[in-house]
Design a protein. Sequence first.
Length: 231
Amino acid sequence: MKDIIFSRRSIRKYNQSLLDTALLEAVENQIAKVRPLYPDIRCSVNIVRKTKGLFGIKAPYYLLFHSEEKEGSLENIGFIGQQMDLFFSASGLGSCWLGGSKPEGKEFTALPFVICMAFGKPAEPLHRDFSEFKRKSLADISEGTDVRLEAARLAPSAMNAQNWYFIAENKKIHCYRINTNPLLGFIYNKLHSIDMGIALCHIAEESENFRFEKEVDVPYRKGCIYMGTVI
C-alpha cells in the first residue's frame, strides 16, 4: 500500500461492467478486515449499486459509510474508507470519495449515513506519476521533520483543500484541522474531519507502529483545532 499512496488518483470515469464473483468477494473480505481508528465507535460499510445527490459520479458500485455520532466518528470513517481506497487502487479498481451523494432506497442500518465512495473498473488511467500530484508544499501544511508527512501531504481531500496542519516533534505528529470560515463551517467541518482520517490512514501506512490519541500539552497553532497526536 505504501507504493500506492505515491501513485493513486481519484477516478471519476468508470467502465460500467460488473466485477466477477472472486473480485467482489475480495472487496467484501477487505471491508471486514479494515482497521478502525477508534474501535469503540460503531460503524458499517455496505456495497450498493445506486446513490443519489449532487455531483454524483456514474459508477457500477458504491460504498456507503454509516456511523454512530460521537467524538472522532468522522475521522474514523475517513481512516476506514481510505484503507478501501488504497485497496481498490492496488487491486486494479478505481474509486472516488463522494461528499455530495447519499443513499437511494432502503437503508442497511439504523446508524446515521456519513459519506459514500464510488468504485469499479476504471475508464481512465488508474495511476499517475508523482509529478502529476497537485498538492500544497510540506512547508504550507507542516513544521518539523518526519518522513511520514509526505504520505499525508498526498492524501485526497474535499475540493483538494488539504485543510490540515501537522507539527512533528519528538517522533510524534500533532494533527490539526484548520478552522473553517463560520459561514461555510456547516458544510465543510464534516468533510474536513473525514479528510483528517484520510490523512491519518496514509500516516499509518507509513508507520511501523501507529497509535492516535489526544494529548494535553500540545503546541498551539493559531486558527487551528487540535485533533490528536500520532504516537
